[in-house]
Design a protein around this ligand. Structure first.
Ligand code: GAL
Length: 450
């Protein structure tokens, strides 16, 4: 029998995000967010879906916490919607919004589930977008005010904070690829947004240290391990470009206090126009307590002279893919964890998201037999275990996602949950087979292969 048993204090969790699950989009004084605006404009989202109701978690959080407990989670990662707290992004505080998160935290702590709180999972107050959003340096200041308020109000109940989730996606999917809110196609804008997000991350860390709170603070990055399609010099160069674009543009400033040169050359024209102050890099590279990693797939690239970034991504043929058309490649998680530990930090690492969308079917007997998801999870958790065995200080695993939810540009057409949401049928929650499987895994703190 082979055993994959994890360290005793390992965090077993699941993750969600406010806009993707809460609904109640204009209840209790909540202000409009850029995702409300983006989804309400037709043509942006598959089926014109919106997060207006989503999983109605805002009203059903108690029921959801009971399910978390049933699964045996010892931690839960969720995000706070900035416009629920500050409807205009700054100034007036909405007590009812604050109370919602206090109730949620109470419910979690009552059943001994440790919260990991994300402060920005993409739902910027629309009012701030109207003043330029993250492209405007003032947003950094307002974010800092919001973050300070959260430390004061919730600091005693939150052991672990993640001010930002996936700044790459915020900056580039939202401002360069136009796939996400606010929906621009402008490289200069994306680079400025990336810089301001990093700066606001650094300020959040600095403010946290000054607050004297006991918890820990980090950041969550979406990282792809990048492989060259061949050993040729040009393909290796392509790999370096892709790695710099996806990973190093964020890792290097945080851990090394500078942007990677290979891209600085490529971005020269844009960088000349954007606002970066001398002291920024020092603020950005504040020491953090842990790094959160969202891992879904890898990238395989070859050289492409005609593309601006000098690479094109390939879809390896023999591989299996999820419903998102993302290649299933658990070895990439191992390679990534080893690389981060080797090249960037010896601090604790957390997998803050990992999981897969598949075309789940709810059967007539009310079950979801999602074997493919179990297989995906099992392979990735084994890869994580191997990394720990080989010395990586990995401290926790958060499955994406606790429940099916609003998958951004794909709306409800993609299901990532281990809990099935029957949207048409009173939002019924149904544990998929993967949920039962995860429950057992947590109970034995790992896997046992017969
Ligand atoms: C991440 C994101 C999540 C979730 C997931 C699956 O990029 O943080 O909100 O949607 O991807 O696509």
């Amino acid at each position: 029998m082979t055993e994959f048993i994890f360290p005793e204090d390992f965090a077993w969790g699941a993750a969600t995000a406010s806009y993707q699950i809460e609904g109640a989009y204009q209840e209790d004084g909540k202000g409009e967010s850029i995702w409300d605006r983006f989804t309400h404009s037709r043509g942006n989202i598959v089926n014109n879906d919106t997060g207006d109701v989503a999983c109605d978690h805002y009203h059903r959080y108690r029921e959801d916490v009971v399910l978390m407990k049933e699964l045996g989670l010892n931690s839960y990662r969720f995000s706070i919607a900035w416009p629920r707290i500050l409807p205009d992004g700054k100034g007036r505080v909405e007590q009812k919004g604050l109370d919602f998160y206090k109730r949620l935290l109470d419910a979690l702590l009552e059943v001994e589930i440790k919260p990991l709180v994300t402060l920005y999972h993409w739902d910027l107050p629309q009012k701030l977008q109207e003043k330029g959003g993250w492209e405007n340096r003032d947003t950094v200041k307002y974010f800092n005010e919001y973050v300070q308020l959260m430390y004061r109000e919730l600091g005693d109940f939150v052991p672990r904070w993640v001010p930002h989730n996936e700044p790459f996606v915020v900056a580039f999917s939202g401002n360069f690829l136009a796939e996400h809110a606010p929906g621009y196609q402008d490289l200069g804008k994306a680079i400025q947004v990336a810089h301001n997000l990093l700066l606001s991350h650094g300020m959040a860390v600095k403010g946290f240290r000054e607050s004297g709170l006991n918890g820990e603070i980090g950041i969550t990055l979406d990282l792809n391990h990048v492989y060259a399609a061949s050993d040729s010099e040009s393909d290796r160069l392509a790999r370096n470009y892709c790695d710099a674009f996806n990973n190093r543009w964020f890792l290097d400033p945080i851990f090394k206090g500078k942007y990677p040169e290979i891209l600085m050359n490529l971005y020269q024209e844009e960088l000349n126009k954007i606002e970066i102050e001398d002291k920024d890099m020092d603020i950005i590279s504040q020491e953090i307590d842990f790094l959160g990693i969202n891992y879904y797939s890898r990238a395989v690239v070859s050289y492409d002279e005609d593309s601006f970034f000098k690479y094109k991504q390939l879809a390896p043929q023999k591989s299996e893919y999820t419903a998102m058309d993302w290649e299933i490649y658990p070895e990439g998680l191992y390679d990534l964890l080893k690389r981060l530990n080797r090249d960037y930090t010896s601090k604790p690492l957390y997998i803050t998201e990992n999981g897969a969308a598949f075309d789940d079917q709810l059967t007539e007997d009310g079950k979801v037999y999602d074997k493919n998801r179990i297989k995906y999870l099992e392979k990735h958790i084994k890869a994580a275990h191997k990394a720990i065995r080989d010395g990586v200080p990995l401290k926790g695993y958060y499955l994406w996602s606790l429940m099916d939810n609003f998958e951004w540009a794909y709306g409800y057409s993609k299901r990532f949950g281990i809990i099935y949401i029957d949207y048409e049928n009173k939002q019924r929650r149904i544990l998929k087979d993967s949920a039962r499987w995860y429950q057992e895994l947590i109970a034995q703190n790992g896997l046992k292969d017969l």
